[in-house]
Ligand binder design. Structure first.
Ligand code: INI
Length: 158
């Protein structure tokens, strides 16, 4: 029997790309901070001159799939993380944004073979989003852990 699994140590050989939505920046910048903190503590060089990490900014979560696709196609990254915050408003726009964003990100991941972590919070209000972006816990940390696991797993499989 072969047991195949990702790891959380020796991440110094992984190249990571992060795509962050500016919409609801109060939330997404906190998710990014959590994400960077976790990556740094697992051996990824997160300094400005890092050759192991790139960060791209997009206007909103709807734009995450296109830019993730562009980064994935460069072949430079073992794993990508998308960060966004979709917060329910008074119009159906919320549903359009979250549906297109989630479907787009999954399909780009399957089409390119690059794991893409879906780090888009979907909440009913700003309070719930902030609680998940550091006020209680920071899901950015969790998304980074999932990226380490999937990046190393796919590296082993390929
Ligand atoms: N983008 C988000 O990331 N979160 C939202 O809650 C949101 N809402 O609700 O409108 C949102 N809209 C912008 C959208 O992602 C695009 O940037 C915009 O439609 C331009 O294409």
């Amino acid at each position: 029997m072969v047991s195949i699994e990702g790891r959380f140590t020796n991440a110094s050989d992984l190249k990571v790309g992060i795509v962050v939505a500016r919409f609801n920046d109060l939330v997404t910048s906190k998710l990014l901070n959590g994400c960077l903190d976790c990556l740094k503590r697992h051996g990824i060089d997160t300094c400005e001159s890092s050759s192991q990490l790139d960060i791209a900014w997009v206007p909103g979560s709807l734009e995450l799939p296109l830019v993730a696709q562009s980064l994935a196609r460069t072949g430079r990254y073992e794993v990508l993380i998308t960060l966004g915050a979709v917060i329910r408003g008074d119009t159906p726009h919320f549903d359009v944004v979250i549906n297109e964003s989630s479907k787009g990100i999954s399909s780009v991941s399957r089409e390119t073979g690059i794991p893409i972590i879906f780090g888009v919070l979907t909440t009913d209000n700003m309070q719930q989003a902030l609680e998940r972006a550091g006020v209680k816990s920071n899901l950015g940390w969790t998304y980074a852990l999932e990226a380490l696991e999937m990046g190393s797993l796919m590296k082993e499989l390929n």
